[in-house]
Each structure stands twice: as structure tokens, then as C-alpha cells.
Design a protein around this ligand. Structure first.
Ligand code: PRX
Length: 660
């Protein structure tokens, strides 16, 4: 065999510089040959009759009763899909594979923080889901009752979600990185009746108490009558008689007989809280039939999955929508084997991801641009330690990907053989909306390319007219799609106001700025509302401001997202202290820690700027737009409406030229 030497970092740098000249990338011929979709007729097919087309896709699921009507749009913007149909998400994810004799197939190759491994089969999941569903039922959980889930990336999180789905109890998963205060708020807002959590969570060799932290707020959330504790580290934790149960003990004695509840297509599957323009997170509500249809189709065709050949890995956390759709529901509905990884990308070393890809022969890998940029920074030596030749398709999600990171991913991870699907979507859309079809679409690094079949996306101006090519406007979705959110939990007015008041009640306002090029390709620019995207995590400036202001020494705060090479955007906070207090390094640490306590580490400001004032309109509204202009060195817009125009001069001096 010919000896191969690995290209040096310098060689790769040179090749990437050459590739930067190249603007388009065709699907590689070898990929195309076996692609599930290899020609573009699917777009026309879907466009001719989108409802009929989606109905055909819905037939890929198991329905207990078929629908009478594909779409009821008589009460727009409250759309109903597959009206009259009955099905169950956990049946579609588990029972039907087990019934077809595929129970021994591995659903998840799980890897724990400290290198532990567990292969969980479809039959294992089904058995535990039925038992946990019975435990929930015994504790009085009924269809429609919300169950909170606050768990790390362990197989039990999938069991918990599917056990809820089995009995029609919408789950409300809270990202494990959120602080207990954020969990409390989400349990209160959703009036959760039970909470499934752990004794401790592990991160990079350390353990953090979870159950004791949860106990601290549970007395104030009386709706939570049951707490189920997964013994993740086995630490001794306080348990309250009558309320708390250990997961293992409870399922051990529970019956394995638990038929999946036939649920209405519009029965709520889950609520997931996401950041909006105000400090109060939005309870995004997804229902069953449409969501599963949209997720099953996109999982299969965007990732070109062949269940008998592929091993899929989505490196997100289940606490975000990406994990709901593409770690749990999408892969399981499609009967594929996936990897689930509990830990960090750099523990025990920076090659752990690549090690896992080699170990499990991962063929399709889905991650975030921010992670790719971190890997670029760490250097090619880490991926080069491993054989990545099993990979055949790569995906990204969460934020725009800069062409350099795209090319690095293409070259260093994909070895130039793997198409990249840059997938644009949101918690609200439930399913991928704008993305290449990997066997069909010519990619352009940095563009999410084109709306998927059945999706009508457009870039509009304020009046609802399409903007000319290359001109920036507002991203809109002009036709309902099955996976869309149905409402905001117990807040239909806010739903209408947030998404359907800009143009009309059928045109969904995304909240992203975008432009289309002359080929009709979409280039997403970023958020237009007060939402910041840090490493693909969505945060509300108002939520961070309110956390900062709750520090006893802070009088006022204004938060913006500042461009950041590593994390896409970083949080920059302008802080006014009480009285004549001077800002200090010590206080800066305190304020950052305070935010971590209130929301979570991911919301800690990277930069704190002490100031005596921030720009405000005469009616007292903070003008974040001007703060963003200052931070990014843009020409300042009109400042004549400011209450104190002089404030801008002082603030300009706080940023160095380099930074801007
Ligand atoms: O601004 C867009 C950005 O992430 C936002 C949605 O965030 P979230 O609801 O947390 O869901 C993230 C994962 C689906 C969008 O409004 N975004 C997401 N994907 C992309 C993106 N921006 C550019 N390119 C993408 N591929």
C-alpha cells in the first residue's frame, strides 16, 4: 500500500486560500450516485400541490386513524394539519421498529463523560418508555399535563421525552446548562406537574449538584407534585417522601404493559422555551402529526439517510430544538442508529469528537459553525489523529457559517468527498426549512441555499414586497408548513403579535435579516430583533439585562450582541452602577457570575463596559441600535432624537479601533 503523509497545517492553509476563490461546490459525483434524491423534480412536485405533497410524506408515519383534512387554515394564523388523524410519537419512534423485528438494532451508541459506553437498542428504549410512562400515569399525569425534563445528555432523556409522548403529556425540556432559576421560571410558566431530573451533572471531570439546587425552588412551584431522579453519579441527595422517586427503582417495579395513546394530530407534543424580544421566554408549542411529518421527511432527505447503512450524529444538546428534532424524534422515526455524547468537545482531549466518529463509523455528522471554528483554532492535528473516512455527509445549523469555516469543514473533516448541508431553521419552525438537498443542490459556502420542497420563503421589505436581488430585507415564510409552532403556550395573543402582525396572518415573520442573490440563494444575515446568537444559542438581550440589573449594585444595563470571531456574537453589556460607584475588575467578575447564576454560564457577558449613561430616546427607551453602531465602528445614525446626545461621545472612547 502506498504510504500517505498527512498534509501539514501550512499546506492546508494554502489549499484553503485557493478554495476561497471557488464560489460553488457541486454535489460530489460519488455521493450523487447513491443519493435518495438525485434530481430536482421534487421541488416542482411539491410546488404543484403542497398540501397533497405533504400528505404523501405524512403517509410514511404510522397512523391509528387517518385524517379527514390535510390542512384547516380557516382560523389563520392558527393552522391545523392532518385534522382528524390519530397517531402517537413514541409508537412511531419505537413500537413500529420493534414490531417489524428491528428491536435489537442500536438506537444510540452512548458515550459518557468519563468514557463509559452504552449501546441502547430500540427494544431497550421501548421497554423503559413503557415503564416510565406507567410511573407517570400512577402519579396522576394525564394527557395535556406538562412534564418538565432537566437532564444531561444521557439515554434517559430520550426515554423521558418519549414516555411523556406516549401518554400525551407535553414535555418541557430545559437545557442542562441553564441555571436553576431559569428552570424554575420555565416550570412556573408551563405549570408543570412533574419534573424529571438527576442527582448530579458531570462536566469535564467535575460534578455539580442538580437535585439539591432544584429542591431550593420546588417549594415555590407547587404545581410540581412529582420529582423523578435519575441517579447519574449516585451521589447522596435529599429525597422528599411522597414527592420524589428514584428513576431506577420506580421503573423496576412498573409494568411493561402500556399501549401508546392514540392522540389527535393536533395534540401538543411539547413546549420548548426560547428567547424573544422581551425578558420573558416564549413557550413554543409543537403538536404531533405535522411536526413528526416535517421532522421525519427532513431527517431522511436532508441527511440522505439509509437506515441500514448510516450512523448519524447530531452534536447538539437535547435541550435545544435541534436535539428534539434531530437527536430524538427524527433519527428514531427513521429507525437509524445514532451517537449520543454526554461530554464536551475538548474533554479528555480535543480529539474526542473525531475519536467517536472513527469508533462508531459515523457517516453523517451535524454540528454548529461555532464548534467548527473552535476546532479550526485547535488545529488539524486533532482530526488527523483519526480515520474519518466513514463520513459521507456533513451538516451545520444555528448561525451563518463563514466561508473559511465551511471550507475547513469540507476539506479537513469531509476530505473533499462530503457535501455540506447548511440548514436554516428555528425553534418555531420545528423542522429544517432552507437547506441544500445534498445530492441535488450546488452549494455556495455561507449560503443556506434554497427553501426545501413545500416551503415558500422570501425576502420582503416592510411593505411585504420582495426585495431585488442582493438587497437586504426581512426573511418571511409565506405558506404554512406542517412542523410550524401552533401557538405560544397559553399566550395566543403574543403568538399573533410576534409572528403575524408585520404583514398579514398568513405570512410568518421570522425575525432574521437576509438577502437573495441573482440565483435565488438565501444568505442569512442575522437577527433583527433583540435576540443575540452566542455560539448558536439564542438569548434575549432583555433577559440578560434583567439578570444584570438584579445585582444589588447595578442601576441600569443595556445589552447588545457584538460580532465575535469565535462565537459569532458575544454579549456586550453597558452597565450603570448605583450612586457614584466605580466599576472594578472584582465587580466585573461578580456581575458575570451573577448572570451565570440567574440564567446560565452561556449568558455571561464577554465584555462589561462601565458607563454613566446609555443613549435613550426622549421617552426613555434604550437605543440599542446606536450601541451596536458604536461597538462595530459604524457611522452613527441620527442622534438628534436622543435625550442626551453627548452620551455617544463618551461611549465611543470605550472601544479601541482594533476591536471595531
Ligand atoms: O437567526 C437564525 C439562526 O438561529 C435562529 C434560530 O435560533 P433557534 O430558535 O435557537 O434555533 C437554532 C437551531 C435551529 C434563526 O432565526 N440560524 C439558525 N440556523 C441558521 C441560522 N442563521 C444562519 N444560518 C443557519 N443555518
Amino acid at each position: 500500500m502506498e504510504a500517505t503523509t498527512k498534509p501539514s497545517a501550512e499546506q492546508i492553509e494554502r489549499e484553503l486560500a485557493e478554495l476561497l476563490e471557488k464560489e460553488t461546490f457541486e454535489p460530489p459525483a460519488a455521493f450523487r450516485e447513491t443519493a435518495l434524491i438525485a434530481n430536482d423534480s421534487v421541488y416542482d412536485e411539491a410546488a404543484r400541490d403542497p398540501q397533497a405533497w405533504w400528505a404523501t410524506q405524512a403517509e410514511a408515519l404510522d397512523w391509528f386513524e387517518t385524517w379527514d383534512r390535510v390542512l384547516d387554515d380557516s382560523d389563520a394564523p392558527f393552522f391545523k394539519w392532518f385534522v382528524g388523524g390519530k397517531l402517537n410519537a413514541s409508537h412511531n419512534c419505537l413500537d413500529r421498529h420493534v414490531e417489524a423485528g428491528r428491536g435489537d438494532k442500536v438506537a444510540f451508541h452512548w458515550r459518557g463523560e468519563e468514557g463509559e459506553e452504552r449501546d441502547v437498542t430500540y427494544a431497550d428504549l421501548l421497554r423503559d418508555v413503557k415503564r416510565l410512562a406507567n410511573v407517570l400515569k400512577d402519579r396522576g399525569i394525564e394527557p395535556g399535563d406538562v412534564v418538565g425534563i432537566y437532564l444531561p445528555m444521557i439515554p434517559e432523556v430520550a426515554v423521558a421525552m418519549l414516555a411523556c409522548a406516549r401518554i400525551g403529556a407535553p414535555h418541557n425540556v430545559v437545557f442542562g446548562g441553564f441555571a436553576p432559576d431559569a428552570v424554575k421560571e420555565r416550570m412556573e410558566f408551563s405549570e408543570a406537574k412533574a419534573l424529571i431530573t438527576v442527582d448530579q451533572a458531570r462536566r469535564k471531570g467535575k460534578s455539580a449538584d442538580i437535585k439539591p439546587a432544584v429542591d431550593e425552588f420546588l417549594d415555590e412551584v407547587p404545581s410540581v407534585e412529582t420529582v423523578i431522579v435519575v441517579q447519574n453519579t449516585g451521589a447522596d441527595v435529599p429525597m422528599r417522601e411522597g414527592r420524589d422517586l428514584f428513576y431506577d427503582e420506580a421503573i423496576e417495579s412498573a409494568s411493561e404493559d402500556c399501549p401508546a395513546e392514540p392522540l389527535d394530530a393536533e395534540h401538543p407534543l411539547y413546549v420548548l422555551y426560547s428567547s424573544g424580544s422581551t425578558a420573558k421566554p416564549k413557550g413554543i408549542l409543537h403538536t404531533t402529526g405535522g411536526y413528526l411529518t416535517g421532522v421525519a421527511w427532513t431527517q431522511k432527505y436532508v441527511f440522505d439517510l439509509k437506515p441500514d447503512e448510516d450512523v448519524f450524529w447530531c452534536s447538539a444538546d437535547v435541550g435545544w430544538v435541534t436535539g428534539h428534532s434531530y437527536i430524538v424524534y427524527g433519527p428514531l422515526m427513521n429507525g437509524v442508529t445514532s451517537v449520543m455524547y454526554e461530554g464536551a468537545p475538548d474533554y479528555p482531549d480535543k480529539d474526542i469528537w473525531w475519536q467517536l466518529i472513527e469508533r462508531h463509523g459515523v457517516t453523517v455528522f451535524y454540528t454548529a459553525p461555532t464548534a467548527i471554528r473552535a476546532c479550526m483554532k485547535w488545529g488539524v492535528e486533532y482530526p488527523q489523529r483519526h480515520d474519518l473516512s466513514s463520513l459521507r455527509l456533513l451538516g451545520t445549523v444555528g448561525e451563518p457559517i463563514n466561508p473559511k469555516a465551511w471550507l475547513w469543514y469540507w476539506k479537513v473533516i469531509g476530505g473533499g468527498r462530503c457535501p455540506i448541508v447548511d440548514t436554516w431553521w428555528q425553534t418555531e419552525t420545528g423542522q429544517i426549512m432552507i437547506s441544500p438537498l445534498p445530492g441535488v443542490t450546488t452549494a455556495k459556502p455561507g449560503s443556506a441555499t434554497l427553501p426545501l420542497p413545500g416551503i415558500d420563503a422570501a425576502v420582503l421589505d416592510e411593505d411585504g414586497n420582495e426585495t431585488p436581488a442582493d438587497e437586504q430585507g426581512l426573511l418571511a415564510l409565506r405558506r404554512t408548513w406542517p412542523g410550524m409552532l401552533r401557538t405560544l403556550f397559553r399566550d395566543p395573543d403574543r403568538y399573533r403579535e410576534t409572528y403575524f402582525s408585520k404583514w398579514d396572518e398568513r405570512t410568518y415573520f421570522v425575525g432574521d435579516a437576509a438577502r437573495r442573490d441573482a440565483d435565488g440563494y438565501f444568505w442569512i444575515v442575522g437577527r433583527v430583533d433583540d435576540v443575540v446568537n452566542v455560539s448558536g444559542h439564542r438569548l434575549s438581550t432583555a433577559e440578560v439585562e434583567s439578570a444584570i440589573v438584579s445585582h444589588p449594585r447595578v442601576a441600569e444595563a443595556a445589552v447588545i450582541g457584538q460580532r465575535d470571531e469565535d462565537t459569532g456574537q458575544a454579549i456586550c453589556a453597558f452597565v450603570i452602577l448605583e450612586g457614584d460607584l466605580e466599576g472594578s475588575a472584582e465587580l466585573e467578575r461578580e456581575v458575570r457570575e451573577h448572570v451565570a447564576q440567574r440564567i446560565g454560564k452561556l449568558a455571561r457577558p464577554k465584555r462589561i463596559i462601565w458607563t454613566a449613561d446609555v443613549p435613550k430616546t426622549r421617552s426613555g427607551k434604550i437605543m440599542r441600535r446606536l450601541l451596536r453602531d458604536i461597538a462595530e465602528g459604524r457611522e452613527l445614525g441620527d442622534v438628534t432624537t436622543l435625550r442626551e446626545p453627548g452620551v455617544m461621545k463618551d461611549l465611543e472612547g470605550k472601544f479601541s479601533e482594533d476591536e471595531r
